[in-house]
Ligand binder design. Structure first.
Ligand code: C5P
Length: 400
């Protein structure tokens, strides 16, 4: 059902795994998708366009500057037609082209010209996969939000063993189904997310802040947008790129964040408090720059309001209130305490004791705690974008 009527461009580049894509076309078509196959020149050395034409029921597109094809559906029109561009197999060369925005042939041009999600199914020799250049290019694609399906590990056509095998057609099909299911999970739901640190002013030039990068909150915002939600992202200062398709409200302090949250709360389905809100602010903000004088400077701080706690007890309480808890020990127990004290429905607990997880890092590990699961569901350790999708899928279950 998820694929019925979906427009999929299946981009095939020149790898031996190209023959497996024939089976993928069959699976996608059987599930009701319309498939337009686009082949690179290299792909045609492995399998003929005729095979794909017969299976897809559409003439295969192979060249960018083809007057006859352009007279039908031009490449820009085709780029707009797509709901998903799936490049399978995606060779090291295609991945390099996509990473660097090259448009040297029809497939890479379509990827550049389309607003549709792009998925790549890498397929290459294990040495080529592990090469610095390929890994750097994959890093670029990851950061850009390109979907990466595979590769698998195992025996390769050249006789090598290792990573670089394209996923099997049924696995790629399952990923495509999952992608379209996920894209409707939060259809028309209103979501507010707080993200990043807060900066609490001391004087016109100084503030109290913290090391939150905002990456998890921004990844969640992107995942909610991708799941069809209307997202308001209320963010403290960060240097991150803003995901498209959402409303961004920039704030600095806890009080400004609270004011914006309260102003937009009505009609919200899910509130996610991902911001690392400062617990205290200066009792008074000096109007002039504080001068260096004595050996000691005593600052008087007062407690900030608990934004998420106020949301949870508000008369406009969203259906679900989801918090975050960064802990260095007894993660589940402390997080459960926060869930109860603050009146939350769910809490995403992170262990921030390790250097390469949590604050500032691209990776995280989340234990999802609720009344139903007081010991937590382990969503595992992964890139924040991948985890964000899992969090959205889990929230969707609680929203039912
Ligand atoms: O109490 P603690 O700061 O550990 O709780 C973390 C959770 O509470 C996060 O969801 C955070 O966004 C939220 N929070 C808040 N307002 C505060 C402090 C924390 O919304 N003043």
């Amino acid at each position: 059902m998820a694929l019925k009527g979906k427009h999929i461009i299946l981009g095939i580049s020149g790898g031996i795994a190209a023959y497996k894509s024939a089976q993928l076309v069959r699976l996608l078509r059987k599930a009701g998708a319309e498939v337009q196959v686009v082949m690179t020149e290299g792909a045609q050395s492995f399998i003929t366009p005729m095979t794909f034409q017969a299976l897809s029921g559409r003439e295969v597109r192979t060249t960018l500057l083809d007057p006859a094809a352009e007279a039908g559906m031009g490449h820009i029109e085709l780029a707009k037609w797509a709901d998903l561009i799936l490049c399978a197999p995606a060779t090291a060369n295609l991945i390099a082209s996509l990473a660097h925005g090259q448009a040297g042939d029809l497939l890479s041009t379509l990827c550049l010209a389309s607003a549709a999600p792009i998925a790549v199914a890498p397929a290459m020799n294990q040495q080529m996969w592990h090469a610095f250049a390929t890994q750097e290019n994959m890093g670029i694609l990851h950061r850009r939000g390109t979907l990466v399906w595979g590769p698998a590990e195992g025996e390769q056509a050249c006789g090598d063993q290792g990573f670089g095998r394209m996923l099997e057609p049924d696995e790629l099909f399952a990923q495509a189904v999952q992608h379209f299911v996920q894209s409707r999970l939060m259809l028309d739901k209103k979501i507010i997310i707080t993200a990043g640190p807060t900066f609490e002013s001391l004087d016109p030039v100084r503030f109290l802040g913290n090391r939150s990068s905002g990456k998890m909150g921004y990844a969640l915002a992107q995942a909610f947008v991708d799941a069809g939600a209307k997202v308001i992202l209320i963010s403290g200062p960060t240097s991150l790129n803003v995901p498209s398709g959402l409303s961004l409200i920039k704030v600095e302090s806890c009080l400004q964040m609270l004011q914006q949250v309260e102003q937009h709360l009505q009609g919200t389905d899910v509130f996610v408090g991902c911001a690392a809100v400062a617990d205290y602010r200066a009792e008074s903000i000096s109007e002039q720059k504080i001068k260096k004088s004595d050996d000691q400077l005593v600052l008087t701080l007062v407690k900030n309001p608990d934004i998420i706690g106020k949301v949870a007890t508000s008369e406009n309480r969203p259906k679900l209130v989801v918090g975050f808890a960064a802990e260095t020990q007894n993660v589940a127990a402390y997080a459960l305490g926060k869930l109860q004290n603050k009146g939350l429905d769910l809490i995403c607990a992170n262990d921030v004791s390790s250097q390469d997880l949590g604050f500032g890092s691209d990776k995280n590990r989340i234990l999802l705690i609720s009344k139903q699961h007081p010991n937590g569901q382990d969503l595992g350790e992964a890139n924040k974008r991948v985890l964000a999708k899992k969090v959205v899928a889990a929230i969707a279950v609680y929203l039912k």
